[in-house]
Design a protein around this ligand. Structure first.
Ligand code: IPM
Ligand code: MG
Length: 363
């Protein structure tokens, strides 16, 4: 018998909880369509207030026991009043590390009915359809030494370390090459090899892997500054982009302006494949906790709903349900329903949008 799949929901902070509560009818549809065990737990600032830590042990062990974790948002700003040395660590970064999710997939596609929402001209964004594969467990985010120290002369010094090992580069490049093979067979590797040692290593490792294992994939290299420019100049040139952690963070926000709202974009963070070919995954919208609109029923739930679709495809073994969910989102947008970030007049909020998508799924 097939084992029941396990999904853990972590609404977190800011707009996370209201999006997750609006998602209930979508999750109900899912549970009527597959054998799925759904649990919910706390994380982030809300967990810190209740338990004194951002990632309680119970939450972590549930996450480690799940096939997929759907993550809402984390309010890092909430800690800004605390002294840097006393700020709790980020639950999101700890989760990424403990789950071993090194490959972060951030697809960018334009919904035809939203072309006019993009700040870029229609002729520029036309045909854009690509995925940024961001390395998620290395580089500046985790490198040591790091910290802020006060020197004897009273000056303060902040240090972060940009470190990459060749095997870290190779495993994420492999995910990107495979993805390119399943799409239009083009991979663009992005680095800053003209200045950074890690960048030169990055280029060298990706090139050799391409030569030895993926000679059929059309591989190109681009410096990150040029890539930022090319993303807004001619995004249709890209199929799969692979890059290091910090560059991927920045480029994916930049790319979010192609479809016009960061509220639309999902992401999947994947671990190594197990024997059955499945990857454990952490799924989250690209947007943050948006404290300015939290609690107002304004947040767009689509980034989270499409992240759930990615979970269905990559970790829960139901790609056909992923398709249905994506299609339902598409159909609702075609009817002209819009949250405010998409230019809506305020009549459709978080709840109404999620409900409309759930209604499509039931239809
Ligand atoms: C993202 C976010 C996170 C990151 C923050 C919230 C830690 O910006 O997922 O892009 O920098 O990775
Ligand atoms: Mg980011």
């Amino acid at each position: 018998m097939l084992q029941k799949k396990r999904l853990l929901m972590l609404p977190g902070d800011g707009v996370g909880p209201e999006i997750f509560s609006a998602l209930k009818p979508v999750v109900a549809w899912l549970q009527s369509s597959m054998d799925l065990d759904v649990k919910e737990a706390v994380s982030g600032y809300n967990a810190y207030l209740a338990h004194g830590v951002t990632l309680p042990r119970d939450t972590l062990s549930l996450a480690l026991d799940s096939d997929a974790v759907l993550f809402g948002a984390e309010d890092n700003e909430a800690f800004s009043t605390l002294h840097p040395a006393e700020r709790p660590s980020s639950a999101l970064l700890e989760l990424r590390q403990k789950l071993g999710v090194f490959a972060n997939l951030r697809p960018v596609r334009i919904n035809p009915s939203l072309v006019s929402r993009s700040p870029l001209k229609p002729e520029i964004i036309s045909g854009a359809d690509f995925i940024v594969v961001r390395e998620l467990l290395g580089g500046l985010y985790f490198g040591t030494p790091r910290g802020i120290e006060t020197l004897p002369d009273g000056k303060r010094r902040g240090v972060d370390s940009l470190v990459y090992f060749s095997d870290e580069i190779e495993r994420v490049a492999r995910v990107a090459f495979e993805l390119a093979r399943s799409r239009r067979n083009k991979l663009c590797s992005v680095d800053k090899g003209n200045v950074l040692a890690t960048g030169a290593l990055w280029r060298d490792v990706v090139s050799s892997l391409g030569r030895s294992e993926y000679p059929d994939v059309e591989l190109s290299h681009m410096y990150v500054d040029n890539c930022a420019m090319q993303l807004v100049r001619r995004p249709s040139q890209f199929d799969v982009i692979v890059t290091e952690n910090t560059f991927g963070d920045i480029l994916s926000d930049c790319a979010a302006m192609i479809p016009g709202s960061i509220g639309m974009l999902p992401s999947a963070s994947l671990s190594q494949q197990d024997e059955s070919g499945r990857r454990r995954g952490l799924y989250e919208p690209i947007h943050g906790s948006a404290p300015d609109i939290a609690g107002k029923n304004l947040a767009n739930p689509i980034g989270t709903i499409l992240s759930l679709a990615m979970a269905l495809e990559h970790s829960l073994g139901t790609p056909e349900l992923a398709k249905r969910l994506e299609q339902a989102v598409e159909e609702v947008l075609e009817t002209g329903k819009r949250t405010s970030d998409l230019g809506g007049d305020g009549t459709s909020g978080t709840r109404e949008m999620a409900q409309a998508i759930a209604d499509r799924l039931q239809a």
